[in-house]
Design a protein around this ligand. Structure first.
Ligand code: KG4
Ligand code: ZN
Length: 348
């Protein structure tokens, strides 16, 4: 008998509600993935404003839940379990989703799973590419995180083997976009501008790639500063900033470091599968370079489609389904949000 799992996501600026079907063989099928974004309300501030995000979640939550059930053609009474992001994320934003999920779980009398957002970014790949081989390596690249993770069991064991020591990759995109007068969030417009530019036009630095640097850690703060200095110098000389070349050269530096370190980690750990997820995984150059380097190294590459890479509720539903399938204990109804939840804690 298959089971329906509902997933609720509200850690940042996306209110996401997903519905999946957990089949008896453990495979998980996507039925609905509804997202309401408050990104436009944050754009003029150049970043997410927590209070604005919380209020937007509150307004969007119930309509988004109803849309998900309409899309899937299901009734609420069909749900067997509710999963919800318990962290990491913005405290006030997390609380809105958590409160809603608790109410649905209590009203429907089904188990509640408070889960890790970062593990959700990995679990979502199983909706598109099927069960994850064990172990797999995950490169998680979002606005808040840049991490290399060893995934032995998506429902049981995730270990961080490297992370950024300063900015996340997405954060660097957002900051460079601001320097180039491109809109927020910066990833998509830089990705587009870069297509018209030369990736080798400007030699921007590759952070943490020296012989004494930690092999699997990242740093993007120096790169961001180098781009800002380069643009300021051009402006001081009264020159037009070659936006496409700057975007392409910056993007090349990010994609180069991310893929080189991920492929090295997979090779040195003897892991044959690399999953790239999180908002920055939607980047066209990152995908192309990863495909080339993984093929050269004999590594299977899995990148979920862009819609699944950015924050959504389906990723939380997928992770919840894997926890249900593995027989993991549900959370207590009084489970609270943890804004700094470490990736090794998959559920609370
Ligand atoms: O995973 P996500 O949706 O939210 C967080 O959990 O942070 O990631 C958002 C980040 C933003 O920094 C955005 O600029 C970046 O993902 N992003 C991209 C692209 N699309 C979104 N970065 C590079 N290229 C893209 N095409
Ligand atoms: Zn995310």
């Amino acid at each position: 008998m298959s089971r329906i799992v509902m997933g609720v996501e509200s850690s940042c600026d996306e209110t996401g509600v997903g519905l999946v079907r957990l089949h008896d063989d453990g495979t998980v099928e996507l039925l609905a993935d509804e997202v309401a974004s408050s990104v436009a309300e944050h754009a003029r501030f150049g970043g997410v404003v927590p209070e604005v995000a919380s209020r937007a979640h509150l307004e969007a939550m119930v309509p988004t839940v109803h849309r998900a059930f309409d899309t899937a053609g299901l009734r609420m009474s069909d749900v067997s379990a509710v999963a919800v992001t318990a962290g990491p994320g913005l405290a006030g934003a997390l609380l809105v989703g958590l409160s809603a999920a608790k109410a649905y779980a209590a009203a429907l009398d089904v188990p509640l799973y408070g889960v890790n957002h970062l593990a959700g970014h990995i679990a979502v790949d199983t909706l598109q590419h099927g069960p994850l081989p064990a172990p797999s390596l995950a490169l998680l690249v979002s606005g808040g995180h840049t991490q290399l993770l060893r995934v032995d069991d998506i429902a049981g064991k995730i270990t961080e083997i490297g992370s950024t020591v300063d900015d996340a990759a997405g954060e660097a995109y957002d900051k460079v976009a601001r320097v180039l007068d491109l809109p927020y969030p910066g990833g998509p417009p830089i990705d587009r501008a870069a297509r018209e530019g030369a990736p080798d036009a400007i030699a921007f630095p590759r952070g943490m790639t020296g012989p004494r640097d930690a092999a699997y850690d990242f740093s993007f703060s120096g790169l961001k500063t180098a781009v800002a200095r380069w643009v300021e110098a051009a402006q001081a000389r009264g020159e037009d900033v070659p936006v496409a070349d700057v975007a392409a050269s910056f993007q090349e530096a990010v994609a180069d470091v991310l893929t080189a370190k991920a492929v090295r980690a997979a090779t040195e750990s003897g892991i044959g599968t690399l999953v790239i997820s999180g908002g920055v995984a939607a980047n066209s150059r990152l995908a192309a370079l990863a495909a080339q380097r993984c093929a050269d190294a004999g590594i299977e590459l899995r990148i979920p489609r862009p819609r699944l890479c950015t924050d959504n509720g389906a990723m939380i539903a997928a992770l919840g389904a894997h926890l249900v399938s593995a027989g993991c204990a549900p959370s207590a109804l009084e489970v609270s949000a943890d804004p700094a939840l470490p990736v090794s804690t998959i559920s609370l």
